[in-house]
Design a protein around this ligand. Sequence first.
Ligand code: ADP
Ligand code: MG
Length: 386
Amino acid sequence: MTDSLDTAELAARFRAVFGAAPDGIWQAPGRVNLIGEHTDYNDGFVLPFAIDKAARVAVRIRPDSTVRMLSTFGNQGITTADTASLHRKRAKGWTKYPLGVIWALQQRGLAVPGVDLLVDSDVPRGAGLSSSHAIECAVISALNDLTGAGLGAEDMVLATQQAENGFVGAPTGIMDQSASLRAVAGHAVFLDCRDQSIRLIPFDARGAGLVLLAIDTRVSHSHADGGYASRRQSCELGADVLGVGALRDVGLDDLTEAGGLLDPETFRRVRHVVTENDRVLRTVELLETAGPGAIGPLLDASHASMRDDFEISCAELDLAVDTARAAGAIGARMTGGGFGGAAIALVPVGSEPRVRDAVAAAFARAGYAAPDIFSVRPAAGAIRLA
Ligand code: ADP
Ligand code: MG
């Protein structure tokens, strides 16, 4: 992980690279999902929060249609494109995220001018903490302000989803950008993915004597890969066979009957989604009535469901979760789309060093790359910094 530049440093770097000051600087956070995995595209419930790690983007409008993009990460140099001829197949590497946002705005009939754009981020990449959405959300916030497009947060959520689905080529839902664009510090975002309504749920782990650790396994996932798409297909198949618009409409009580109608694998996929939706609702209820100290068993059950029914965990994630729990975590689960990325562990403050050491030692013993372990707090959503 790199240290990020402060606002003045980012502006100075922008000036040095592009020869003029930026028009402004915008910031959008990554997120962790507390609970509710693969429920978003099933019209279900999720409970993410924005984390205190974010992408910042300095942007200047250009008088022509050229887009020049640079990231402080990597040594790739400036990438150039033209807003008049964006094509997903020509967009390379990370530049598909800002270009996808421009494309999605164009799909909405908005004229987007050329821009110079410098990205700096301390969200770990490919860890399931949504470094890609952090970039997209920072860019769309910038372009929304600079062009006077006047999109509200919900429109920006849908536009970034369109960028992901139609340009990046990842069939993702609306959870990540909803957290990044709509979060409020100190709260988790209880999102109903059917109607996009949110309720902010106070999540004060510290106040409950707990810390939420993110454990980046360093196993890089990729949403565009087959595993994610095949899970979506299973969910669609399950909904079709069960005669519902989306798996959101299948209740716990319906599972017995579903078992007789679905092939065993599709049934397990469906059971994960149905029970996970229920776990989100119970987590919200517990947070509102008893506080963070009560949700550990639900985190554990969520992990077991992803490991056994949805089959999206991996050996590193299982080791992180099991070890954290054995060392004192009151609950732990993989977070994000799966097949790698990060786990979260809810840990009593006094046990934090023991959990960190135990997970690092277990990874070393297993011959895995050293995990990156850090605490995360619920932070504010996207804002203009300068
Ligand atoms: P996640 O969103 O969970 O971190 P993704 O695979 O969706 O994982 O996104 C990771 C990708 O986002 C990286 O491969 C890279 O293309 C892009 N990215 C993230 N952070 C940066 C950065 N600071 N500079 C350039 N590209 C970045
Ligand atoms: Mg991503």
